[in-house]
Design a protein around this ligand. Structure first.
Ligand SMILES: Nc1ncnc2c1ncn2[C@@H]1O[C@H](COP(=O)(O)OP(=O)(O)OP(=O)(O)O)[C@@H](O)[C@H]1O
Length: 270
């Protein structure tokens, strides 16, 4: 009985489970067997070199890419079973998004809020307040086409959070934000995570990942090559900063040589 209770509590806490995930594009495996279990409230820094397979993993988890091999369970549900209800509990901030240029945040956010099951009134009420938090209250009825990069990013963040998701995927979420807004967003993420939102944070900005992640998962060539707290990764690689850990675990020590070659070509070939 006690064992059963413990098991059900463990299941309840487990938000994501990936087993043996493999994905092939044009005959080449870009994911080579990813295994990952994520519990409620974890802030995962999901990092890796360009082309390592981070976006591919996230797209599979969001149900945007088919044809993978392996098992993926989100909130205990196999995402391949055809029931897309789990998506209502997910928020996603993509790296590059096509916002509807001709819409205003009021129109866009009530539209996405309703897609996630909010009533028009609730979505409108909440969106207005969240825009206000970001200092964008005056732009609520302006066309997105006129927005700066940072303003667009804030609208994207609001649209991903409007329905208070249990699982949040973020791809370079600080892109385009000024220093003050960066502080606000980092603080929002750590408060959400402390309250139980599970966050998957993909970024190439290592010092941010180092500071905000409760756990860092480093992938290279479609495999998990390190998984642990920043301290554990430091011990594993005998390095100081996450940038150095990243360089070491991905076998990279050529930045000077590459830069020298690049500069010499720039200056010598006319
Ligand atoms: N639709 C696709 N068709 C063919 N190959 C793809 C497709 N999407 C991704 N790939 C390939 O899969 C590999 C992993 O790409 P992915 O976008 O997942 O990398 P990433 O880790 O997110 O990289 P980055 O840090 O540059 O964003 C790359 O070699 C890429 O070329």
């Amino acid at each position: 009985m006690a064992g059963e209770q413990m098991r059900s509590e463990t299941t309840r806490e487990q938000v994501l489970s990936i087993e043996g995930l493999r994905m092939r594009y044009n005959g080449r495996y870009v994911l080579n067997g990813i295994d990952l279990e994520v519990n409620r409230g974890e802030m995962i820094g999901y990092i890796g070199p360009n082309g390592a397979g981070k976006s591919t993993t996230v797209k599979i988890l969001l149900g945007l890419v088919e044809g993978y091999v392996g098992n993926v369970r989100i909130f205990g549900q196999d995402i391949a079973d055809g029931d897309v209800e789990y998506k209502r509990r997910i928020g996603y901030v993509p790296e590059v998004a096509e916002l509807y240029e001709q819409l205003t945040p009021a129109e866009y956010l009530t539209f996405t809020g309703e897609l996630y099951g909010l009533s028009y009134e609730d979505a409108d009420y909440k969106a207005k307040l969240l825009m206000d938090c970001f200092g964008l209250e005056k732009s609520y009825h302006s066309r997105i086409a006129s927005f700066s990069k940072g303003m667009r990013q804030k609208v994207l963040l609001i649209s991903a959070l409007l329905h208070d998701p249990d699982l949040l995927f973020l791809d370079e979420p600080l892109s385009g934000l000024d220093a003050n807004s960066v502080m606000v967003v980092k603080e929002i993420l750590s408060q959400l995570s402390a309250k139980g939102t599970t966050i998957f944070y993909s970024s190439h900005i290592m010092d941010v990942v180092e500071k905000i992640s409760s756990r860092i998962v480093l992938i290279a060539e479609g495999r998990v090559v390190a998984d642990g707290t920043f301290k554990q990764l430091q011990q594993q690689s005998m390095e100081g900063s996450l940038e150095e850990v990243f360089n070491q675990l991905t076998g990279f020590n050529e930045h000077k040589a590459i830069a020298e070659r690049f500069v010499s070509i720039v200056q010598e070939v006319n």
